[in-house]
Design a protein around this ligand. Sequence first.
Ligand SMILES: Cc1cc2nc3c(=O)[nH]c(=O)nc-3n(C[C@H](O)[C@H](O)[C@H](O)COP(=O)(O)OP(=O)(O)OC[C@H]3O[C@@H](n4cnc5c(N)ncnc54)[C@H](O)[C@@H]3O)c2cc1C
Length: 272
Amino acid sequence: MVNGYTPKTLQEAVEIRARESVIPYAGGTDIMVQQKNNAPYLFLNKLEELKEIKDDGEYIRIGAAVTFTQAIENELVPQLMKESVSRIAAPAIRNAGTFGGNLGNSSDKADSVLAEFAMDARVRLVSEKEERVIPVEEFFVKRGENTLQDDELIAEILLPKDKCEKPYYYKKVGGRNALAISRIALAGVYEVKNGVVADFSAAVIGGAAKFQRFKEIEEAIIGKPVDQIRANPDEYVKMYAEKLVFTRGRVSAEYRRTVSTNLIKDYLATLE
Ligand SMILES: Cc1cc2nc3c(=O)[nH]c(=O)nc-3n(C[C@H](O)[C@H](O)[C@H](O)COP(=O)(O)OP(=O)(O)OC[C@H]3O[C@@H](n4cnc5c(N)ncnc54)[C@H](O)[C@@H]3O)c2cc1C
């Protein structure tokens, strides 16, 4: 029998988390393939409070135990997020895998986290004593490292509504169409008003142990007429090429460099 606790409320869950060393367990799709220590599991999949998707006027709030399938089928979830998670693995994984688990596992190839970076998402963390809401880039430090405290649980992901409503760019390049972990992926949110770029973000998977986003380049693009960007995209592509960090993994750093900068160029060409 699996050793663990099945709390009925979030309050009960954080009380257990405060008094004992437990492993939060949502869909189990990462945990089941990893070696973990022998601590008991804290099963989160019965917590209705973590399974809701809500609109509070300012944010679309996705509960940590919401599965990818549930999000794809929900009309509140923005298209960029749906597109990012609809290519995760195969249906069985999407039916079980959750947003909290994708963040908690802290892979630098986590597809929902890439969209969260592009959208300036925030993460709500709760413990028995308090709760805090922090930007996703403060939560995710690098591959396998995040700022979750031992007594905390991820409760919700908050997507700013103004970002949810804007046009977006998303492309994932994997080894094959299904069951492919992202080798390189680019997600961005933008807005063009009267021919001028009013908003622009670009988050990249696939070159380093973390998601790469460069606010200084985004600021250089915001405020520029799109005609000017289209006439000379290489000026901005070069800025990205100089900043992006590429390492060798299953594919070469050179391959990552070429594909990432091609995606940036393609993204700039779609601005209108
Ligand atoms: C065959 C296969 C293919 C995959 N393909 C992809 C892919 O294409 N893209 C992708 O991004 N991922 C992929 N994954 C990884 C995995 O499915 C995702 O990371 C998924 O989101 C994990 O969610 P889960 O609910 O199953 O997490 P779990 O396995 O339950 O937990 C993962 C980690 O998060 C912690 N955790 C879970 N919930 C919370 C919480 N509320 N608070 C604090 N900590 C928590 C757990 O303790 C654990 O450390 C794949 C996995 C498999 C097995």
